[in-house]
Write a protein that binds this ligand. Sequence first.
Ligand SMILES: [Zn+2]
Length: 356
Amino acid sequence: MIIPVTKQISIPYLLKIGTGKTGRIGKYLADKEMKKIAVIMGSSSTNLIEPQFSKSLAENNIEVLSKITTVSIDIEEIAHAAFLLPYSIEAIVGIGGGKALDAAKYTAFLLQKPYICVPTILSNDGFCSPTSSLLVQGRRKSVKSKMPFGIVIDLDIIKASPANYLYSGVGDMVSKITALVDWKEAFNRGFEHLNDFASMLAYNSLDLLFLKHSYDIYAPEFQRSLASSLTTSGIAMEVAGSSRPASGSEHLISHALDQICAKPRLHGIQVAIAAYLCALLQNNPNVDLLNEILEKTGFWEFASNDPIAKDEFIAALKSAPSIKTDYYTVLSEDSSLDRAIEFIEKDPILHKVITS
Ligand SMILES: [Zn+2]
């Protein structure tokens, strides 16, 4: 295994998290001499950001040379649309939930332009990651992309978002508890190298969210911490040069559920349920902390309203280790499947969220 001695990483230069931020995007762009932009946004985002967004652009003499509102995540369609954009564009602004941001990020990567990311929900850490989740020949794939140059998160928009998105964001955060143990074990077995700084960032991203304040997902300080935590988690992936700090056994199960379930739940919802199970399998020292966070935020109660079918979950458990080849996690252990099924049968919390 070759251990990189030096490595270039890119992290966001502009990071604004707070209330009223949509109305300041024009100023942030003008300050960075980005006067000609392309906007790629989800079709439902207009109501969330207007009229503040357009007003702030006009006040700062920012020209929108192109605006794309119907967003495809098909890699070929994105590439086609990207190279039709005017060459004089100085930045790409992506606004929306997952798909619009993935498309905008990849467009910026192809054109080698700065990318400004404006998430309207906080459902996972993908907005600040160096990859885009796109359709490649009809299958969802994680594709090398570009870290944002800037991230603007308007908490006025986030506070109006439905609870399922916020619970998904919380779920994606708690998954670091299991992902980091999987990474460490993979390192101990000689399958991976461990990046200490990336590991520290991922641990710190948990501190940001869980050690400072209340567990009310609608409290402004909670949402501010969630935004910071998801951002830090994305940066940890960039520093590590892989998704290891943020994605382990629990993510493999969620990816398998996406393929198996008739109706997959949001990424972070699936990931959190799987993280609790994987923490039990790992004898993870933080399993009680993980459970406490999910209990106090109301996550368990929320997830129990739409439990995952037991046969689907067990099918996902069986196929999860083959989702990524050469990727050691606790699920690689021969005894894990039987132990996991036993936990699903006997653990009272899992009983509520995975049912027959
Ligand atoms: Zn995730």
